[in-house]
Design a protein around this ligand. Sequence first.
Ligand SMILES: Nc1nc2c(ncn2[C@@H]2O[C@H](COP(=O)(O)OP(=O)(O)OP(=O)(O)O)[C@@H](O)[C@H]2O)c(=O)[nH]1
Ligand SMILES: [Mg+2]
Length: 310
Amino acid sequence: MAQKAVFAAIVGRSNVGKSSLLNKILKQKVAIVSSKPQTTRTRIMGILTRGETQFVFIDTPGLHKPKNALGESMMKAVKEGMTDIDVAVLVIDAAPHFTVDENNIPSAETELIERFKTAGIPAILVINKIDLLKDKEEILKIINIYSKMYDFDAVVPLSAKNGSGVDILVAEIEKHEKESPHFFPDDETTDQSEKVMVAEIIREKLLRCLSKEIPHGIAVDIEKFYERDTGKGEPILEVEAVIYCEKSSHKGIIIGKGGATLKKIGSHAREDIEKFFGIRADLKLWIKVKEGWRNNRGMIHTFGLDVKEG
Ligand SMILES: Nc1nc2c(ncn2[C@@H]2O[C@H](COP(=O)(O)OP(=O)(O)OP(=O)(O)O)[C@@H](O)[C@H]2O)c(=O)[nH]1
Ligand SMILES: [Mg+2]
């Protein structure tokens, strides 16, 4: 049988659960998740090969009005993520805190839907977080508002948290497959390098352990990453990472009283690194201050956060 492939971009506002959905589809965590907006900073590919079909999902940063060069780069990554796709998956948050009002749709979202129209991109509307909904009428209200904006191929209410509805979405995406050779090895799950995965795991713990604005000004750079032979039969993964923050006051907060916060971040990150690589790990963290890096294109490039062309 001929091989098939389908490219699907997962797009939508910040915090609606795009990365959670990708992880649930893949049954493996490849994208970090947090309750803070703008968690995802780059375009992340998640790959699932099932029978003859290879699904390539493109997780994208949440739509927002950029306030700095990093934000601009993130929005460029969304645009880039929408090129050469077979279908777009627009994710909407149905949780009660998220009021959908047709008079108050953010311009970034309406512009995205305009792109669906002009580029003729078929789209699926995903209504996520239905596990939090008491009143299912809310789903109908959302469908009503969004179906006026675009002729969606399908509407799938689901929960990226408990997985209900996720299989229905995958089946809807599969309808857009095309005959094509597979683009990635069949056992691959992401296009991110191991070093990037490690940096992202550390950044996730920073996002989760720190409050408010500080995590948004953080970047993680992996300086050393190698397997060391312990001579006892079992190698150990040695990781040394630098956490860059924007202010020296932030550095103090990241370290915490007696180093407690950094210790907690380090041990949570190490646990996840060990789980991901299936090997014991040793993690050393340093903190450096790099004022205003989010407006410095050179630094954005150094941290791998700019949009790669091609
Ligand atoms: N209850 C519930 N929470 C969810 C669900 N999906 C995601 N969440 C939570 O929503 C928050 C945001 O999830 P993410 O997956 O990081 O959202 P995102 O859209 O990728 O966010 P950005 O990368 O910032 O654009 C996290 O706290 C998730 O645990 C769901 O189906 N139900
Ligand atoms: Mg995300």
